[in-house]
Design a protein around this ligand. Structure first.
Ligand SMILES: [Fe+2]
Ligand SMILES: [Fe+2]
Length: 193
């Protein structure tokens, strides 16, 4: 009887806890490049959604407008945190001015397209094409950031963890501002006399 009871005894609580808590793989803390690349992936998914909407020949201009606004907002905030925080730090650390200048010029061109899309009627024949071209342009830009800029930044002495914190904080601020910008014109009632 005693042997059976001992055999049935479950493993001690401490042994169980240790087993449950052991991580399968040690997780690396997310650095600035991981954070920016998460934005890249999120916006890529939005472009895919926009492409499907365009292929479905949807007449829903409201949905198109909403999706395009979201893409423009995400990209504007992303470009701003790169220009304010990430690019200056990387420029100093990697000493590759050509790469940094090209990226800055690409941001300027993307912003031109964003401004055009924001001011355009989604029923316009060229609306979908402009969004598609912006997506292709961003694909190219992201590829260069991933393969050249991020690789060089990670090989440098930059503190990418502290940069990640700064990027995150600024992104939160800018997202809130963009939300305000989006609602303010609609919330303002016309002045009655
Ligand atoms: Fe960029
Ligand atoms: Fe980027």
């Amino acid at each position: 009887m005693a042997t059976t009871a001992a055999a049935r005894k479950p493993p001690t609580a401490s042994a169980k806890t240790t087993q449950a808590r052991a991580p399968a793989k040690a997780k690396r803390q997310k650095d600035a490049c991981d954070l920016l690349d998460a934005d890249h992936k999120a916006v890529k998914a939005l472009f895919k959604e926009s492409e499907s909407l365009s292929e479905s020949r949807s007449r829903s201009t409201t949905k198109k407008r909403q999706l395009a606004n979201r893409i423009c907002k995400e990209l504007t905030v992303h470009a701003t945190i790169e220009e304010e925080i990430f690019y200056p730090a990387v420029r100093k650390a990697i000493k590759d001015n050509d790469l940094m200048n090209e990226a800055t010029v690409e941001h300027a061109s993307a912003k031109d397209l964003i401004a055009q899309i924001k001011g355009m009627d989604p029923a316009d024949e060229l609306f979908d094409a402009r969004v598609t071209v912006l997506g292709e342009y961003i694909d190219h830009h992201v590829k260069e950031e991933r393969t050249e800029m991020f690789a060089q930044a990670r090989a440098s002495k930059l503190d990418l963890l502290s940069l990640a914190e700064q990027l995150k904080q600024r992104k939160d601020e800018l997202m809130a501002q963009e939300d305000l910008k989006a609602v303010t014109p609609l919330a303002e009632p016309a002045m009655a006399h």
